[in-house]
Design a protein around this ligand. Structure first.
Ligand code: NI
Length: 165
């Protein structure tokens, strides 16, 4: 087990497009385990590989933050989404920040599991929100890109203020 360092905004890796993962060998299995350990260590419900400086399309989710319930989600694609809801979101790459973000309430998503096997699922509400947030990281989109201009300015000044304290 190894804990990885979570990158903090504005690290440039956080705004890059991540590449698909193509192999699922021992090196990748170790990375999945390290991501899982790091997510729980940081008290997160989700963690995307770019957040630890690895620009690949991998994320870990555990909506109830319960060890053993985590899922490894690789190369995910949302192919259907329904409903919209504004809700609070935090991000390990923006310590201390909470933003109100609009997300679909139901999604259908295809991805590969940690063995590379295809999965097709319908997810809703908080689980759907976590997946959408983490998937944004794979496209270099962060929390503050998902709010309007006024909220973004407010959040950024709060974030900078906090960094100085
Ligand atoms: Ni995040």
């Amino acid at each position: 087990m190894a804990l990885l360092k979570v990158l903090i905004y504005p690290n440039p890796v956080l705004t890059q497009q991540a590449l698909p993962l193509e192999s699922f060998g021992p090196r990748e299995q170790k990375l999945f385990d390290d991501l899982v350990d790091t997510m729980y260590h940081e008290d997160g419900v989700g963690l995307a590989a770019p957040q630890v400086g690895i620009s690949q399309r991998i994320l870990i989710v555990s909506p109830r933050a319960k060890r053993g319930e985590e899922e490894v989600v690789v190369n995910p694609v949302i192919y259907e989404s329904r409903g919209q809801e504004i809700g609070p979101e935090g991000c390990l790459s923006f310590p201390g920040l909470t933003a109100e973000v609009m997300r679909a309430t139901r999604i259908r998503v295809r991805y590969q599991d940690r063995e590379g096997k295809p999965v097709d699922r319908e997810l809703k509400d908080f689980f759907a929100r976590v997946i959408q947030h983490e998937m944004d990281h794979l496209d270099g989109i962060t929390l503050i890109d998902r709010v309007d201009f006024n909220q973004r300015m407010k959040l950024l000044s709060q974030y900078q203020q906090q960094a100085q304290d």
